[in-house]
Design a protein around this ligand. Structure first.
Ligand SMILES: [Zn+2]
Length: 125
């Protein structure tokens, strides 16, 4: 299979699924800090200038689809006030901020770059 949810979720390189696409350790002041290329296979982490504009749309769509049903359910089914539902949503969004930020970049890169099983060393197959 050419798409690995596990590799995307763990921010692994889409081509080899071994190297990391974000710099480690995580630095909260530089959450999008990426090495120029994968340390394992050399895949560029930014294949072309402006590549990650597409990730903004991924972030918008994924966060809307995951977060919008919660306040709608709370307000229209459980009869929460609009303010309380929005307060909870702001809290959940703050908790998930970095996951959406990095996850959308990872998903976008995984949608564009294909997996190459031939890159695995014999001992890892
Ligand atoms: Zn790689």
């Amino acid at each position: 299979m050419s798409f690995s949810f596990r590799a995307m979720w763990n921010y692994k390189c889409p081509r080899c699924r071994q190297g990391d696409i974000f710099s480690k350790p995580f630095d909260i002041t530089k959450p999008l800090d990426m090495p120029d290329k994968c340390t394992y296979c050399g895949q560029l982490t930014e294949p072309e200038p402006g590549f990650y504009y597409g990730a903004m749309f991924i972030s918008y769509v994924v966060s809307s689809l995951l977060l919008l049903p919660v306040p709608l359910l709370l307000v229209f089914y459980y009869k929460w006030s609009f303010e309380a539902a929005m307060g909870l949503m702001i809290f959940i969004t703050a908790l998930l901020y970095f996951k959406f930020l990095r996850g959308s970049r990872s998903l976008w890169l995984h949608m564009i770059v294909k997996y190459d099983a031939a890159l695995l060393k014999d001992s890892e197959k």
